[in-house]
Design a protein around this ligand. Structure first.
Ligand code: 5GP
Length: 129
């Protein structure tokens, strides 16, 4: 069972920003920038291109709504999107509010307090339709 499946089931807590029957979005615990969000299908699948075309398109539609909420909630030049990484074998899209190209590299990380995570998640959630 992946760590994200444990988050989806509520076994592990997360700072949730959006959810529907099939997908969830929550803040990355080790963010590149403020508002760095992970978008995850609830059905555990390893790789994004293993998804059916239908499920992939539904994931993109959900991601679109989350990205627009992030853009409204977090001051940034734009929201970057990346499918990258080998750490968690469960499909996830990184949505990252960026101001410099470095924000899309996974080398520079920022530290946020619990209350900062909570207020960021609440703000993004408030803009999610
Ligand atoms: P990747 O597979 O893309 O390299 O990394 C997975 C991402 O998930 C990383 O950015 C990491 O910080 C994030 N991550 C790993 N474990 C957890 C967790 O327990 N909670 C949250 N919110 N994010 C996590």
């Amino acid at each position: 069972m992946s760590i994200f499946t444990k988050i989806i089931s509520g076994e592990i807590p997360s700072y949730k920003v959006a959810e529907n029957n099939s997908f969830i979005a929550f803040l990355d615990i080790n963010p590149n920038a403020k508002g760095h969000t992970l978008v995850v299908p609830k059905k555990e699948e390893n790789k994004i291109f293993d998804l059916s075309k239908v499920d992939y398109n539904k994931l993109m539609e959900f991601t679109y709504d989350v990205a627009r909420a992030i853009e409204k909630a977090v001051p940034c030049q734009r929201v970057g999107m990346s499918v990258i990484g080998l750490e968690v074998p469960h499909v996830h899209i990184h949505l990252i509010p960026i101001n410099t190209m470095v924000d899309m590299q996974f080398t520079n990380k920022i530290k946020l307090s619990n209350s900062q995570f909570i207020s960021l998640a609440e703000k993004i959630a408030s803009f999610y339709i």
